[in-house]
Design a protein around this ligand. Structure first.
Ligand SMILES: Nc1ncnc2c1ncn2[C@@H]1O[C@H](COP(=O)(O)OP(=O)(O)O)[C@@H](O)[C@H]1O
Ligand SMILES: [Mg+2]
Length: 285
């Protein structure tokens, strides 16, 4: 849950100001997991600062810092510095300037994400104790196990299109899993960005990681994920939860309609020839 920058004690803000050469602070307007998340500018440049003081927040931010340090790929902002003061952990990340990625069908952001997915699908999990699929998702399947780095939260708010390319932020949920888990977790965001479930499946079928998955396992994943968000949203009024419940339900309903393992991609290499049912795509559930 986000709190205001002014809640930081002077011991922390002074340390930040010393490193950045000033304190022009613009709080982040998206995301709400990190306690403090803000762009800070000074004479030495611009840094993105995350800070936490609760036990959970500090553990989570420490984890995110370790993962970010270990993920040295071109798509992740570097950790510039970190310190602890007055009970707070503060981490300064390389600042990524640009808009969030538009993931609507045919958008340039989608193309950039496709490239990043290919890189991620080939990135071994770093030597950091990452989440397991069960711990991250609350459900499991033997085929979800693997040794690939999976971000698991590639919604538009965590994707920034900079003039140097796409940057993926917020590695707080990084998981060690099979590579197909990443694109599978992307489906609700694609549907939320205007893809029909069939379009989402088709686009993902271009990903080698997706094609490595058994379609029946994808069906299982879709059903479990939809059930999870249906149950979560039933106990909440949060609009984002309702959205995720609707998008995961649409994908699962589409896969059920196309028959066991009959949807696009998975297992059959380049052959995307699943049996598609006209008129189902995009249907409400
Ligand atoms: N390194 C960064 N550079 C620029 N903006 C960032 C950076 N990291 C995060 N942001 C912005 O701040 C928002 C919140 O940060 P994020 O790390 O996603 O925190 P949360 O855990 O609260 O979702 C993101 O949605 C993004 O817009
Ligand atoms: Mg975020």
């Amino acid at each position: 849950m986000r709190i205001d920058w002014t809640a930081l004690p002077e011991a922390v803000t002074k340390e930040v100001a010393d490193r950045v050469g000033g304190l022009r602070v613009v709080p982040a307007t998206t995301g709400d997991h990190a306690e403090i998340a803000a762009t800070v500018t000074g004479t030495s440049g611009t840094v993105f600062v995350k800070a936490a003081r609760s036990d959970f927040g500090v553990r989570s931010l420490r984890f995110e810092r370790r993962v970010s340090e270990a993920v040295s790929g071109p798509h992740s902002p570097a950790v510039a510095w970190h310190f602890e003061a007055a009970g707070w952990l503060a981490v300064g990340f390389e600042h990524c300037a640009g808009p969030h990625a538009d993931l609507s069908p045919g958008s340039p952001g989608l193309e950039l994400l496709g490239g990043a997915l290919t890189v991620l699908g080939e990135t071994p999990a770093p030597d950091v104790p990452l989440f397991s699929p069960q711990a991250r998702l609350g459900f499991d399947h033997p085929a979800m196990s693997g040794d690939t780095l999976v971000h698991t939260d590639l919604g538009p708010a965590n994707l920034i299109v900079t003039r140097h390319g796409l940057r993926i932020v917020d590695w707080a949920m990084a998981t060690r899993a099979a590579p197909w888990v990443e694109p599978a977790m992307l489906t609700p965001w694609l549907i939320g960005a205007g893809h029909t479930p069939e379009q989402a499946d088709r686009w993902l079928a271009r990903q080698p990681a997706w094609r490595s998955a058994d379609p029946v396992v994808l069906d299982h994943f879709a059903a479990k994920n939809a059930a999870k968000w249906a149950s979560k949203s039933a106990g909440s009024t949060a609009p984002w939860m309702r959205d995720l419940a609707a998008w995961t339900a649409q994908w699962s309903a589409y896969r059920i309609k196309t028959g066991p393992g009959g949807s696009v991609g998975g297992g059959d290499g380049e052959d995307y020839g699943g049996c598609h049912v006209e008129g189902v795509a995009g249907g409400q559930v």
